[in-house]
Design a protein. Structure first.
Length: 192
C-alpha cells in the first residue's frame, strides 16, 4: 500500500505540438498503460472529487483511489492479484488500503461498476526535480495529446510547465485530468 501526494500541471497539445516536444526532448518509445475506471451507479466518487481506477502497465496491475484536495491529488495505491481484479470487475472492492480509504469517504457504498477504459501511450523524461510526461490517450472513440509535469509542489509544477511551454512558443491549454475527460465523453455519464 502506498499513499502519496501528487502535484501535476498539465496542458493539452495538438498532435503537431506533441511531435515538437518529442523532437526537442528526444525520441523515446512510449509505454502503454491501460486504465479502467469505476464508480457507483450514481457516481458518488465523482461527486466527492475522487476517482477509482485499475492501471495495467508492464505486467503490473494496480488499484488506485485518487482524491482531489486543495493542495493536489492524494493517491492510494494497492497491487492487485488476478482474483482481486475479477472481484472488482464483478462490482465488489477487494480487501486492502483502497477499500479502507473508500469506506471512510463513502461508508455506505459497496458496489462499483466498470465504466470503460482509457489507453495512454506515455513517454517520460526526468526534468527539473520532477517528471515530464508526454501522453497520447485514446478513449470513447477519440484521442488527445497532453504534456504533464509532476513536481515537488503545485507552484513549482505550474512554473516549470509554463516556462517550458513559453520556451517552445506553445500556448497553455489547461486540461482536466484524464478521468474527467474520460467521463465527460462517456455515454454512461451526464453531468447534472
Amino acid at each position: 500500500m502506498t499513499t502519496e501526494m501528487e502535484y501535476e500541471a498539465k496542458s493539452l497539445l495538438t498532435k503537431e505540438e506533441y511531435e515538437q516536444f518529442q523532437y526537442v526532448l528526444g525520441e523515446k518509445k512510449p509505454i502503454t498503460q491501460q486504465n479502467e475506471y469505476f464508480d457507483t451507479v450514481a457516481f458518488h466518487l465523482k461527486h466527492e472529487k475522487a476517482a477509482l481506477r485499475i492501471r495495467t502497465k508492464e505486467g503490473k496491475v494496480v488499484l488506485t483511489l485518487k482524491q482531489q484536495t486543495d493542495e493536489g491529488m492524494v493517491e492510494t495505491h494497492q497491487q492487485l492479484k488476478e482474483a482481486d481484479h475479477a472481484l472488482l470487475r464483478s462490482g465488489t472492492l477487494p480487501e486492502g488500503s483502497v477499500k479502507k480509504a473508500i469506506q471512510s469517504l463513502l461508508p455506505n457504498q459497496t458496489s462499483f461498476y466498470p465504466y470503460g477504459q482509457l489507453i495512454t501511450h506515455r513517454i517520460t523524461y526526468p526534468y527539473k526535480d520532477g517528471l515530464l510526461c508526454l501522453d497520447h490517450s485514446e478513449y470513447n472513440h477519440q484521442e488527445d495529446y497532453e504534456i504533464e509535469y509532476e513536481g515537488t509542489s503545485m507552484t513549482q509544477a505550474v512554473e516549470v510547465l509554463t516556462e517550458l511551454l513559453t520556451q517552445q512558443q506553445i500556448t497553455c491549454k489547461p486540461a482536466a485530468n484524464k478521468v474527467a475527460r474520460f467521463f465527460s465523453t462517456s455515454p454512461h455519464f451526464t453531468d447534472n
